[in-house]
Design a protein. Structure first.
Length: 346
């Protein structure tokens, strides 16, 4: 074989293979497109898993409420103390710093220890309840949100958790009175007393029991007085342990809530605090602390795209879209309004 033919053969058969620059760029572009297509699907699958877990947790809590009603003759009171009818003598705190439904359901969520630790013979803000108030139970944390948050953690009187799951206080406001000409039409949870199922005249399958709210983040300082506000304050009777149906799920503006001069002076209730947490800024109320507490109204809120997880008094669970008719949502939060509406998502 001549030298020329040998060199030609070497060029064809022995030269190392590889991609040209153009081919490499094409491959990189294709990989980028595939990643761009797959990431939303992966994120959607992850969110579907988180939403399913959230639904399961709310289901467990709702079944605990149903079992509580079956054993005790009614759903637990949303507040064991009330303005003019304090459960305990104070200080520390006031009637709205006392026990809510959270203190009552420990044994019904397989947390007998939690039930024993909480001492309902004294105020929730008593130092004897400090350990119970600091107890972290992730059953109360939606996996799509930031998790349980510490609240005034350095104070033995006020340390407690913030969580996602709240009970239905009716179609108007926390004080369960008329709101903007809309009359209060009953609720499965009320103050000072339990609510038996025969008081839910609209039907257990037509009346909301529990739903979600967004957790406010813990503040940089956990010293006493660094509070932030009542939303997601699920362990006390401050109002944040409930939601109301006057406003539809994930309502664009935050409804009115507690914020007077005294509270602003010793808390962090600023626009930056809420907007930084991607939570709408609340509308401030005026008047005494008790008046403000009663006038609060909390919309159900969630990090799940497009709606909120909610449960009904029969223990069923449903994902309700933000687009639900506000009148239907309001009707579903009343217990004796004689409405015939059903959740179209159910």
């Amino acid at each position: 074989m001549s030298p020329g033919k040998i060199n030609s053969w070497r060029t064809r058969h022995l030269a190392p293979g590889g991609f040209t620059l153009v081919e490499l760029l094409v491959v990189i572009a294709i990989i980028g497109i595939l990643i761009g297509l797959l990431l939303p699907a992966i994120n959607a699958a992850r969110e579907a898993g988180r939403r399913a877990k959230c639904q399961n947790q709310l289901k467990q809590l709702s079944l605990a409420m149903v079992n509580f009603e079956s054993n005790r003759g009614g759903f637990p009171s949303m507040a064991m103390a009330w303005v003019g009818h304090p459960m305990h003598h104070y200080p520390p705190g006031d009637w709205f710093d006392d026990h809510g439904w959270y203190s009552q359901i420990g044994e019904f969520i397989e947390e007998k220890g939690m039930g024993k630790w909480i001492n309902t013979t004294v105020s929730l803000s008593d130092v004897s309840n400090a350990f119970a108030r600091r107890y972290m139970n992730n059953l109360f944390a939606c996996p799509s949100d930031k998790g349980l948050q510490r609240n005034e953690w350095d104070s033995d009187n006020w340390a407690r958790i913030r969580g996602n799951y709240v009970v239905n206080a009716g179609n108007t406001c926390y004080g369960q009175t008329t709101l903007y000409t809309i009359p209060f039409l009953g609720a499965p949870f009320t103050y000072l007393k339990m609510t038996p199922t025969n008081k839910i005249a609209d039907g257990l399958a037509h009346t909301l029991l529990m739903s979600e709210v967004l957790v406010l983040p813990e503040l940089g300082s956990q010293a006493a007085g660094q509070w932030g506000g009542p939303p997601s304050d699920i362990t006390t009777a401050l109002g944040g342990q409930t939601f109301n149906g006057y406003y539809p799920p994930n309502y664009g503006n935050y409804p009115p809530y507690l914020t007077n001069g005294d509270y602003v002076a010793r808390t962090i209730q600023t626009s930056d605090y809420y907007t930084g947490a991607k939570i709408p800024v609340p509308t401030p109320l005026s008047g005494s602390a008790s008046d403000q507490t009663l006038a609060q109204s909390f919309a159900a809120r969630s990090r799940h795209p497009g709606g909120v997880v909610a449960t009904y008094c029969d223990g069923s669970v449903c994902f309700t879209a933000d687009t639900i008719d506000p009148l239907i949502w309001r009707a579903l939060t009343s217990a004796k309004g004689s409405e015939t509406f059903m959740d179209p998502n159910k």
